[in-house]
Design a protein around this ligand. Sequence first.
Ligand code: NAG
Ligand code: NAG
Ligand code: NAG
Length: 404
Amino acid sequence: MASSLHMMGALALGISCLIIVNAMDAAGDQRRRLLQAETVFDITQHGAKGDGTTDDAMSLIQAWKAGCEGTGAARILVPPGKFMMGEVVLRGPCKAAPPMIIDIQGTLLANPNPSAYSNLMWILIEHVDNVKITGGGTLNAQGPTAWKFAKEDQHMPVSFTFQSSQNGDISNLNLVDAMGFHSKLIDSINIKVTKLTITAPDESPNTDGIHLSNATNVEITDSTIGTGDDCISIGTGSKNILVKNIKCGPGHGLAVGSLGKRPDELSVGNITFSGCTLTGTTNGARIKSYHKSPVLTATNIVFEDLTLDSVKNPIIIDQHYFSKLVSEESNVKISDVHFRRIKGTTISEIPIMLNCSKTVPCENIELADIDLKPVGPAKSVSSACQSAVGIKPSGTVIPAPPQC
Ligand SMILES: *[C@@H]1O[C@H](CO)[C@@H](O)[C@H](O)[C@H]1NC(C)=O
Ligand SMILES: *[C@@H]1O[C@H](CO)[C@@H](O)[C@H](O)[C@H]1NC(C)=O
Ligand SMILES: *[C@@H]1O[C@H](CO)[C@@H](O)[C@H](O)[C@H]1NC(C)=O
């Protein structure tokens, strides 16, 4: 009897061990990492001068290679100081015990000459799963020189590109004066972005804060973005995106799109913007698509709990984006869009504008508890609409919902 109880105990113990082992598969990599002594790969030990003018790119690339190719736990360190660098590609997969940590404490200054970048990217991180990028430091791309050359459709280098990676954690970084976009998350899954500060002047061209392209399961939270273009733009193929507690302004606001510019684009869906403050931006909650686009859908999009101060276009669907003179309509079908609890002031007399495609009208647009008051040049407010079916107002909606 005693021995069979003992056996049952051992069996139970065996089962619970199995369960623990299984649970460790998920969080296990990180726990195994804790058991290993971490090696710090400081770029100053890989040749970085840190005088702010010598190109220190090779030191970061070499520190990365040493950490990534080793088998222990690795922290790539940019210590306090000023490090100028041109193009940097940090590529995985890594052999190191995950997560790889990139700890940027100092300031990286980009080579300000836009022609120094072969792929229109300053810092590219790709094919690295389980990477944590943090440190409180700054990526200053010294954009003003490049802005002088920037023209419509002539792209300038992106400061920070995160591509083809899973389980990324990006936090506590400052992005300043990008030449082009400040950051792009591309072809990636399970990414958390938090506590970023993005700063560039109102008039800097095409300097989007964070742009998503074919990204799935992304959370962007607790960040402050002031720039010359969209604070956050969610493009082709992005799904299951949560944007929460963002301060935006100056800039062009929070956007889904633009969609449908290129023939190979993918549909987007399940996108929520929640609890954001927009100050002096040209748009608040926006969905934009091009004319003559491929057949796509943009569905289940929520903008809720937004506080606006002097915003030009608080609620706008524009399916004639950059194509006012083109007769072909957009083929992007926009449906199940929820604008809820959006309050504050606007400098436009038409703060609710639903301008949809004649080919594929917008469908199921909820407008709930909206209160937009005119300020500055706006004397009164009203709403306008084209090609939208199923507009569903609820609560108090000021201005009155549009009649389509
Ligand atoms: C989208 O990203 C996934 C990885 O998350 C990749 O496998 C796929 O090829 C990408 N699709 C396109 C069209 O680039
Ligand atoms: C949105 O999420 C729902 C529920 O998780 C899922 O069924 C649907 O496929 C998702 N849609 C898109 C476009 O990702
Ligand atoms: C929608 O946009 C088109 C193209 O710019 C414009 O001609 C039309 O007047 C707009 N509709 C409304 C309701 O403002």
